[in-house]
Design a protein around this ligand. Structure first.
Ligand code: ATP
Ligand code: MN
Length: 463
């Protein structure tokens, strides 16, 4: 008998077919007529399949009537059109085998509703809930879209290192990587002898693959890296993780304009794929997590992104009459509250901010002719704020050296990066998209800890 995933078994084509399904019980309801309804879910799609288990089954009294949420089962039978509303078909069981019991007294998901905070304590079980199953499938879809999009745009996937000796851009506090015995070190009282450490120097977990991606962009043209990224910033916010995933395209011969166009096509493609291929999951987010999400994404896909310079944004913010916790003045970094005001109140959709003051951006961003700003671009979206940060890179050797000196970075540590400007330098540009931030935006989930399977945040790494 054919084993069907529930995504297939629920389809019209399955009606009339004999089949076997394998999954977990969501609910059991016994009918007065001496049979039971079981909702079985296998995670292949959002919906469950209703199984009708007749009282004649030989284990009906001994097992079926004891089934509860979380039990795993294999059911054989025939798919029939369903008389019940809201479902096209149901499985009439001719045989049901229990693989694993889940004691209703102790199974945490026995009760239907738990807060997202509570579910974080059960990171091993939360994917079995509607919300976390849907997030997992959408996240998978977004990853597939990322690879599809870049391949179609002739970008090559390169793998940049996770362990690095360069503090890229000082993008945030870094995690140390060491094999030194910290306990002995603590007792020794002396200075750390890095020559005895594994890499013969201080090493860290990467905060960005950009610098390494640039070496491949200036060789094979268009590349992207996509992998885990680490920041030890002690910020307990709803949009920061200590370990997150970042997609970083980098393209030779791209300027800031090309870069912005690429980012816009990229985001729209991801949204469009989600609406088309994750329709059932998106329907759930639209109904239960953020009303109107589907309409909102459709609107974003249909309209060109609004562009604004940092200077214009500062004017909008200072003239808004709004009181912000952090005051705004030209030259200060925009805070989340400012970003959200711009995208939520002022624009009412995504906005690309460009031309930030050089003083608040890293050394590698290209200095503009005004010598006060750099060719930077951030993409902001409602509800989340910044999801993309990028720039055209500084390709002129002397300018780069000056900016490194101004930021107290030793050229020695970045000799290979500087070399790219010494030998056949070209204009190039790229950006970084935080995977979890875009999943937050797509699903409407307000806390970033709920859109990554195993969140790492200050003081928390249980699983
Ligand atoms: P923010 O100002 O929001 O802290 P950032 O400017 O430090 O972000 P970038 O260095 O520009 O971030 O990184 C590129 C992208 O990576 C960001 O636009 C964001 O989508 C994502 N990102 C950055 N830091 C984090 C983090 N701690 N957790 C999750 N995503 C992050
Ligand atoms: Mn940024």
């Amino acid at each position: 008998m054919k084993w069907m995933l529930i995504s297939e078994a629920r389809g019209d084509a399955a009606v009339g077919q004999p089949c076997e399904i394998r999954g977990w019980i969501r609910t059991r309801r016994d009918s007065k007529g001496g049979f039971s309804f079981l909702e079985v879910n296998d995670g292949s799609c959002f919906g469950s399949l209703q199984v009708v288990a007749p009282g004649e089954l030989e284990n009906y009294d001994s097992e079926i009537k004891k089934l509860s949420a979380g039990c795993s089962v294999v059911v054989r039978g025939t798919i029939k059109p369903s008389p019940a509303e809201g479902q096209a078909s149901e499985l009439h069981a001719s045989e049901l085998r229990v693989l694993g019991w889940a004691d209703p007294e102790t199974y945490p998901l026995q009760k239907k509703r738990h807060s997202f905070e509570k579910l974080r304590e059960w990171a091993h079980l939360r994917p079995r809930t509607n919300t976390f199953g849907a997030i997992a499938r959408v996240r998978d879809q977004v990853c597939a879209s990322i690879h599809d999009f870049f391949r179609e745009e002739s970008f090559r996937y390169v793998q940049t290192p996770i362990i690095t000796a360069s503090d890229c851009e000082g993008a945030g506090e870094m995690f140390r990587v060491t094999t030194l015995d910290l306990d002995r070190l603590a007792g020794s009282g002396g200075p750390v002898r890095y020559e005895l450490d594994f890499f013969d120097r201080p090493a860290y977990l990467t905060v960005s693959g950009q610098l390494e991606a640039e070496t491949y962009a200036t060789a094979i043209g268009r590349v992207y890296t996509f992998g885990p990224t680490f920041r030890a910033e002690n910020s307990n916010t709803s949009r920061h993780l200590a370990e997150f995933w970042m997609v970083e395209p980098e393209a030779a011969f791209f300027d800031l304009h090309d870069n912005m166009q690429l980012a816009e096509r990229f985001l729209k493609r991801i949204f469009d794929d989600c609406l088309k291929t994750s329709a059932e999951d998106m329907e759930f987010f639209d109904q239960r997590i953020e009303k109107g999400k589907i309409e909102q994404l459709r609107g974003v896909i249909d309209k060109p992104f609004v562009h604004m310079t940092y200077s214009e944004a500062v004017e909008v913010l200072t003239g808004s009459g709004e009181t912000f916790e952090f005051p705004v003045a030209w030259g200060s970094d925009l805070q989340a509250e400012h970003e959200r005001f711009l995208t939520e109140q002022h624009v009412g959709g995504p906005v690309i901010l460009t031309d930030y003051p050089s003083s608040i951006k890293p050394f590698y961003m290209r200095l503009s002719d005004d010598e006060r700003t750099v060719a930077a671009m951030d993409v902001l979206v409602p509800g989340v704020g910044e999801i993309i940060g990028g720039s055209q890179r500084e390709e002129r050797l002397e300018v780069l050296q000056k900016r490194m000196a101004a930021q107290n970075l030793s050229e020695e540590n970045y000799w290979w990066y500087v070399d790219l400007r010494r030998f056949g330098t070209v204009p190039h540009a790229g950006f970084g998209l935080g995977l979890e931030r875009i999943i937050q935006y797509i699903t409407g989930m307000t806390n970033i800890r709920d859109v990554i399977p195993f969140p790492r945040t200050p003081g928390s790494a249980e699983f």
